[in-house]
Design a protein around this ligand. Structure first.
Ligand code: GRF
Length: 210
């Protein structure tokens, strides 16, 4: 993957796919700038939602930002085909999902096998799977009376939220916590965990490519 015609790339090109607020994108940009994430560069941001703040965050950071709306395509496969072309155009090595509210089709998974990461706002395998996203996750955790929750960075496979876990961080839940309070606690941890997990992932990739 990271191999080039004339040798090896010493920096991985990342694409971030986001549909919402883009706070994880912001944390990743900051961590690359500070050097906490080494040997990596965000070369492309793609969103399926024109109102996604990720597009503005990318533009402000002078990162190419592409809006790809689903309604312009006849099928999910056609959508992902166009997305894959963009990833190829920008020589993307690793794809980071950050609040990307779309299912990845099989050809996309195949093209980037073991190269797509996601962050999920619970301690997987708990509170993951179909329909478990956003506040639904946190509400389900609160309803379950669990004493802790957290976030998980994992590889993306055909099983929703089912790929190999790369890193997790915990938060404790107090009896007064609402889903909103829990979401804020977890998001704060996400902003530390995702850059850390990406940094580890990239350094392993570099070692394996050497
Ligand atoms: C995060 O909670 C993440 O775990 C989930 O979607 C949310 C995205 O937040 N997959 P943001 O758009 O990065 O602020």
């Amino acid at each position: 993957m990271l191999q080039e015609m004339d040798g090896y790339k010493n920096s991985a090109s990342l694409a971030v796919l986001a549909s919402g607020n883009g706070s994880n994108l912001k944390a990743l940009i900051k961590s690359i700038k500070s050097g906490d994430v080494a040997n990596a560069n965000i070369s492309l941001v793609i969103s399926n939602k024109k109102e996604s703040k990720a597009l503005t965050i990318a533009k402000d950071a002078e990162i190419p930002a592409v809006l790809l709306e689903r309604n312009l395509f006849n099928s999910d496969e056609e959508y992902d085909f166009s997305l894959l072309n963009k990833l190829k155009e920008f020589n993307i090595d690793v794809v980071l999902l950050a609040g990307y509210l779309r299912i990845i089709t099989a050809p996309f998974l195949k093209a980037y096998e073991n190269r797509i990461l996601n962050i999920h706002p619970s301690l997987l395998p708990d509170f993951g799977g179909k329909g478990m996203y956003g506040m639904k996750v946190h509400q389900a955790v609160i309803n379950s009376k669990a004493e802790k929750s957290g976030c998980t960075v994992h590889l993306v496979t055909e099983e929703i939220d089912g790929g190999e876990v790369l890193a997790q961080a915990c938060v404790s839940i107090t009896p007064d916590d609402t889903a909103e309070i829990l979401a804020a606690k977890v998001l704060k941890e996400e902003h530390k965990l995702y850059p850390r997990a990406v940094n580890n992932f990239i350094s392993n990739l570099m070692l394996n490519n050497r």
